[in-house]
Design a protein. Structure first.
Length: 434
């Protein structure tokens, strides 16, 4: 790794006038690497957001199944007592492994979004990313505030890439009140001097997108194709074509040391199979080096449950089911064309008054279990529209995964997230493996 870093530095010295962005500079200087999903290592440190009491069931179920020996960093709303979560934990969980942080500003349950989670082997780094689709327009920028909170409360485990902290970067006499930010348009990300002091603007603007739009293995960085188009467009804006010799793809591949694979290239320009790719695919490298992808496919749900059972579900729509099946086929074909082995697992799409509900078994965490076996921690849908079928689906998935030497652990609490269009991986951020 040191040789690679030295080589990259030499590239910048040798290419006259080449641009070295703040993101690249931070990664090189701090010797950072992205935290990749990996079933062959045990989770060492995990970040959770306890933004609502609705999160407690899933988080307690996850912690109990992961077991002792993991450091849990739980950012919570001050109105929620830590005791409410602790009471649901088994006696084997060491309370010293639970670290609670009060954050008195609005934030979402989605830990995955708006961070690049990186590590140098000793400390964790949260690098905010620029997004034009941020939610909660009038909230304080939680991705900046939380990163700073973790650093202040636990400096031995967390670090920052900028010497100016969140609070000191703002003054009460500032022209703008950054607690009320037009986050959707991202104006202050681009132009306001206070943001430029907090984190390098090029870091924020150059790498865009929500965490669900990217998946990482040891070899690959999978990115949803519309997010990649934004990244590529921003890269072109920032480089001088007369000086910068690399394409956006070669640039980011050299920075992150991953081969970039675009997902959804066969879909129409305004079409998504599911908005976040981690809702329908789980890539990994098996011990023999073979790359496989578990793909959520509606046809697999029909195969397991039968068409009568599927059509009898509340919210079933023949047109929706056919649309998603067609899109799944396109995704599957493009993955196969890129030489990945694709293994189908069930996924269900049902209509509701809040839009399309996605019942996914792909939004997972990967880790060695407490017995040292490669495992997936998977959402369970008890208490939802598919409750009557959930055990049948779980049994089928467990059998498929066992064929690939993977254990299955099903995490309760998914019913509290199903209408929010996210699940277990969305609400968890692995900071490091060991």
């Amino acid at each position: 790794m040191k040789l690679i870093l030295c080589f990259l530095i030499l590239i910048h010295v040798s290419v006259s006038g080449a641009v070295q962005f703040e993101l690249e500079k931070a990664i090189l200087e701090n010797k950072l690497s992205l935290v990749s999903d990996n079933p062959n290592q045990r989770i060492q440190s995990l970040l959770l957001f306890l933004s609502s009491v609705d999160n407690i069931e899933m988080q307690s179920s996850l912690i109990n199944q992961l077991g002792p020996g993991v450091q849990y960093h739980i950012v919570k709303a001050p109105s929620i007592s830590a005791i409410k979560l602790i009471e649901k934990l088994s006696s084997e969980i060491n309370k010293n492994d639970l670290h609670f942080y009060d954050f008195d500003n609005c934030f979402t349950p989605w830990v995955q979004d708006f961070f690049l989670r990186m590590t140098n082997g000793a400390k964790s780094f949260l690098l905010p990313t620029y997004s034009t689709s941020l939610q909660m327009n009038e909230c304080r920028p939680y991705e900046l505030g939380i990163a700073d909170l973790l650093l202040k409360k636990n400096p031995l485990q967390f670090a920052d890439i900028d010497s100016v902290s969140y609070d000191s970067g703002l003054s009460s006499s500032s022209q703008y009140d950054l607690r009320r930010v037009d986050r959707k348009n991202g104006e202050l990300y681009s132009n306001h001097s206070a943001y430029q002091k907090l984190f390098p603007v090029k870091t924020l603007k150059l790498f865009q997108g929500e965490g669900g739009m990217r998946l990482l293995t040891e070899k690959y960085l999978f990115i949803e194709r519309t997010d990649w188009q934004k990244i590529e467009s921003q890269y072109r804006l920032m480089v001088d074509s007369q000086q910068e010799l690399r394409t956006a793809k070669s640039y980011f591949e050299s920075v992150f040391q991953k081969e970039i694979i675009l997902i959804g290239e066969t879909l129409k320009s305004d079409e998504f199979y599911s908005y976040h790719i981690d809702m329908f695919m789980t890539p990994m490298e098996s011990p023999n080096g073979k790359s496989i992808i578990f793909l959520g496919h509606p046809t697999e749900a029909v195969k397991i449950l039968g068409s009568d059972a599927i059509q009898g579900l509340k919210g079933f729509s023949q047109s929706l089911w056919m649309e998603k099946t067609t899109q799944a086929n396109r995704i599957e074909a493009e993955l196969i064309q890129k030489n990945f082995t694709v293994i189908r697992v069930p996924i269900l799409f049902l209509n509701s008054n809040v839009g399309v509900k996605t019942f996914t078994y792909n939004n997972v965490l990967q880790s060695l279990d407490r017995r040292g076996r490669p495992a997936l921690y998977i959402p369970s849908y008890e208490g939802t529209e598919i409750d009557i079928h959930s055990k049948v689906l779980e049994k089928s998935i467990s059998k498929v995964l066992l064929d690939y030497q993977l254990q299955s652990y099903f995490v309760r609490g998914s019913k509290n997230f199903i209408e929010l269009n996210g699940q277990l991986r969305c609400s968890s951020g692995i900071l490091s493996y060991k």
